[in-house]
Design a binder for this molecule. Sequence first.
Ligand SMILES: Cc1cc2nc3c(=O)[nH]c(=O)nc-3n(C[C@H](O)[C@H](O)[C@H](O)COP(=O)(O)OP(=O)(O)OC[C@H]3O[C@@H](n4cnc5c(N)ncnc54)[C@H](O)[C@@H]3O)c2cc1C
Length: 401
Amino acid sequence: MARLLIDKDACTGCESCISACPFGALSMKEGIAAVDEKCTFCGACVDVCPVSAITLEKEEKAVTIDITAYKDVWIFIEHELGKIGSVSFELLGEGRKLADAIGCKLCGMLFGDKEAVDKFVKEAIAYGAEKVYVMESPVLKQYRTDSYAKAAVDLIRKYKPEIVLYGATTQGRDFAGTVATTIEAGLTADCTGLDIDPETKFLKQTRPAFGGNIMATILDYPNYRPQMSTVRPKVFAMPQRDDSRKGEIIRETLQMTEDQVRTKVLEFIKGTETVNLADAEIIVSGGRGVGGPEGFKPVRELAEVLGAAVGSSRAAVDSGWIPYEHQVGQTGRTVRPKIYIACGISGAIQHQAGMKTSDIIVAINKDPEAPIFKIAAFGIVGDLFTVVPMLTQEFKKRLGR
Ligand SMILES: Cc1cc2nc3c(=O)[nH]c(=O)nc-3n(C[C@H](O)[C@H](O)[C@H](O)COP(=O)(O)OP(=O)(O)OC[C@H]3O[C@@H](n4cnc5c(N)ncnc54)[C@H](O)[C@@H]3O)c2cc1C
């Protein structure tokens, strides 16, 4: 625990520290600065004190954990409204590679009421979990930070996983952060790539940094475990489901009662998000080449006839032609549809970062040298205002729409 020390003899009562404190933790008592419990030890007051009367004493914590006791790769199996989040399956697929690389087991961590657990434990095993750590209780029926974090913290402390991966979803982002601070482990948020050093077992966690200008590969503090990340949905492929797989189920009891949970779920109101890029099987995207907001009309018409979602490049979003929710790329959504149709998009590296793993990429661009053609399975060199309506007409005919 840190301490803020105020040298009463040196303090001149100038009050510079009071206005510098972002938390209102300092006040004057008999002409001398005094600190209260709101202090977060940020050090802002130390920097402004003109007579160096304030010092921050930080206690170095001895690292005593035995990292060799930590093993296995764990995936948090998240579910909502009776469905497992597809990111959990994607992480089971990627977790398999990590577990194989360091020769350990791939495990799921699943919480819920009886109905959810009975249903989802089988699915976790079918998608590759060799063991599933389960806590089953009515208190865990719906995700709530208190009860889920308590369950995870108790399991992690008892069974000591080497790595824990969560989806970078609303649930995963909230949950993983709470777990990390409670067990004092590192957490790399919003990863777009994972790798592992088989010798040191260091997890290499890649994510955009500095506003997406660089891709940073981050290693956790080497003497702490578990190594933990949240990973964006659709970054990794879905593994094969195999219902014949067998797995071990380890059941533990939640040490928390309903009255100890500080929140209640009164109602679940589904978000108003109309753009579901993440789950779309087909995406038709427009870029700067559409020339203006009205240029998205043919893109939308093609999307409609194909039952597709509409995406866009950042250039179109930055120009105010289409809202940010449609943006695909490094600073937008990562998508992995079966078909991605890029209309008037050059294929900059930052755009590719969000869509290059689509199964089939179709590019429509009037510049034959556009980089998008290098990753496209089908390229059409031409004016999108001619090509896209032709495609729409043809699909209308063939699909009878
Ligand atoms: C930190 C950072 C993060 C970024 N994040 C993202 C991101 O998340 N997503 C993203 O998309 N970009 C992102 N960018 C921007 C990226 O670098 C490109 O600037 C952007 O993708 C370009 O968009 P575009 O392809 O629509 O435009 P341009 O590069 O201008 O390409 C337009 C294309 O349209 C073609 N064209 C023009 N008229 C027609 C027509 N009538 N018919 C057919 N083709 C036509 C042109 O030949 C050209 O190839 C990021 C950049 C940075 C620095």
